[in-house]
Design a protein around this ligand. Structure first.
Ligand code: 5RP
Length: 240
């Protein structure tokens, strides 16, 4: 679920500071959401000024914004050495910059924009994953609902299994759409409230093995640094 307390000034500070980390001649993962958008626009301005970079978008929205900003794009298989009929080896993303909905002790809840499946794929593949957030996202422990992308037919069975785990699943709907939110991958999202999550790693493992779960929004041990912006334009680098 989106936390809406942060200001644009704080998001801008985090996003634009992280955009300075992009080196010439590299591949950068482009995150989703309003904070990552500040980074994408800043990278676009650097491209205008001559920066040679290729972007891998984490969502339809990130791709559209990157195109608007003139950032050359490649697809993930283009940087993983995949040949037809082959799995390829490793990934060639140097740096990923992405937002988060909640951060505690360097672990994240993501998926407020329903893009967490592809975000995890890109962010985890990067040599360095920098999270950009405003201060309202940083808490002592994770306790927001965890977005879980599910195959459409699995929404009921996953909700049952989430209840067995002590959680409560709610099918995500949108304000300006009849029916549920459909992800970029054609799936549904159930937001699963567990209250305080004392062991995110254990919960992540339990959610991952549920039949019909495509991806959940717990990002445990994936982030390398978290850039926390404040209203005055300062950025605190944590868990680096
Ligand atoms: O996980 C995400 C999308 O799936 C976003 O990164 C997250 O929702 C943060 O967005 P914002 O910066 O707009 O608060």
């Amino acid at each position: 679920m989106k936390r809406t307390g942060g200001t644009d000034a704080a998001k801008r500070a985090a996003g634009e500071t992280a955009a300075e980390l992009v080196d010439d001649g590299t591949v950068v993962g482009l995150g989703t959401g309003s904070t990552a958008a500040f980074a994408i626009r800043a990278i676009g301005r650097r491209v205008d000024a001559g920066l040679d970079v290729r972007g891998v978008a984490t969502s339809f929205a990130a791709r559209e914004l990157a195109r608007e900003c003139g950032i050359p794009l490649v697809e993930l298989p283009d940087v993983t050495g995949v040949e037809p009929g082959d799995c390829g080896v490793g990934a060639g993303i140097d740096l990923a910059i992405d937002g988060a909905d909640q951060v505690a002790d360097g672990d994240l809840i993501k998926g407020g924009g329903a893009a967490h499946a592809r975000e995890k794929l890109v962010d985890d593949a990067a040599d360095r994953f920098v999270v950009v957030v405003d201060r309202s996202k940083v808490t002592e422990t994770l306790d927001d609902p965890v977005p879980v992308e599910v195959l459409p037919d699995a929404r009921g069975s996953v909700a049952d299994r989430v209840a067995d785990l002590g959680g409560e699943a709610t099918l995500r709907t949108a304000d300006r759409k009849d029916g549920p939110v459909v992800t970029d991958n054609g799936n549904l999202v159930v937001d699963c409230a567990f209250g305080r999550i004392d062991d995110p790693d254990a919960l992540a493992t339990r959610l991952s093995v549920l039949p019909g779960v495509v991806e959940h929004g717990l990002f445990v041990g994936i982030a390398d640094e978290v850039y926390v912006g404040d209203d005055g334009g300062d950025v605190d680098v944590r868990w680096g």
